[in-house]
Design a protein around this ligand. Sequence first.
Ligand SMILES: Cc1ncc(COP(=O)(O)O)c(C=O)c1O
Length: 408
Amino acid sequence: MTALDLDFVRAQFPAFAEPSLAGQAFFENAGGSYPCRQVVDRLTRFYRSRKVQPYAPYAASRLGGAEMDEARERLAAMLGVGTDELSFGPSTSANSYVLAQAFRGMLSPGDAIVVTDQDHEANSGVWRRLAADGIELREWRVGAASGALDPAALGPLLDGRVRLVCFPHCSNIVGQVNDVASISAMAHAAGAVTCVDGVSYAPHGLPDVGALGADLYLFSTYKTYGPHQGAMVVRRALLDALPNQGHWFNASSTAKRLTPAGPDHAQVAACAGIADYVEAVHAHHFGGTAEPRTMAARVHDLQRAQETRLLAPLLDWLAARNDLRLVGPRRPEGRVPTVSLVCARPGEAVAAALAGHGIMAGGGHFYAVRLLQALGIDPEHGVLRLSFVHYTHPDEVARAVAALDAVL
Ligand SMILES: Cc1ncc(COP(=O)(O)O)c(C=O)c1O
């Protein structure tokens, strides 16, 4: 299989040529990735020459509106869904908040929702609040040692009352990839729809949401090399069934039904740069273009293979330490390179020590408070999180390991 050309990839990210960042290795990608140059260029162009109200009949405005439409069309095609099924909101937290309001208008007392304790709070608290409206909440719990969600434990929670099953494609702490296709099939067989938080997965390769079978799939473009937006896929049948949350006269607009906040035009337009990036990586490695879904799948597989290679040395080093608790799988397969460690010192303190060694990492609970509690980890103590992606250099991983050796 073709291997990722790391020099080519890194040349697409201005941060790697930025003098003020030189000598620092970035390991907080799960918080937010570096943006690719295609996104930075589009954002800059929009602010310089298209920053007027879009969709009006003068050139700058037409170009701005067309670029917003382009972002939606091209990303939707890569995600394997229809253009009308993708919309942008200010963030995933804002999108899930609106979705929960929409479900509140659709569900009745006695209906049930399944939530997990593995999720980031963005795909948890908004649903749990519906208990105040008579909705029953059922919790699909992680294993206390592994942090894993066992599909066998979901089965008994499903019956004809469950209307919605919410779970992450991958947790922002555990890193293990959940089998969205089979979990969605289980939910569908019980007559429920699924809401999948893809925020921690999408940076590792754009998913084929159509093939995964999720009814709702959310991710944050500021973690997928883009600007600060939340991307939300709502499959058509559900989109039509959920009550409109936008202005009443926009009810028939699929882009506006579930995004009551006025869009950030420049950032929505700049999301087309994410599609440019995928196309550029595809063209470099495979030559030319292909169907958007095919290009996204090939680039996804390149990214994942590279990440698996990158993870191995860190996991090997961890295997030799008995003073650290690794949260999540010990093997690189089936997990993303989001590595959370429980150290003797609080996660934030270790991250601060690493900063002195040129390692940019994070510590804390990362809004997964319920998960840390389920794992018996004091959220105040938190974890140290080293999260990387396909553009991370093997030398940077080696530096992180050396820095860990020095500070722990
Ligand atoms: C797994 C996960 N879900 C949801 C969110 C919330 O995303 P946003 O910041 O776009 O609201 C985050 C943010 O870190 C996250 O890591």
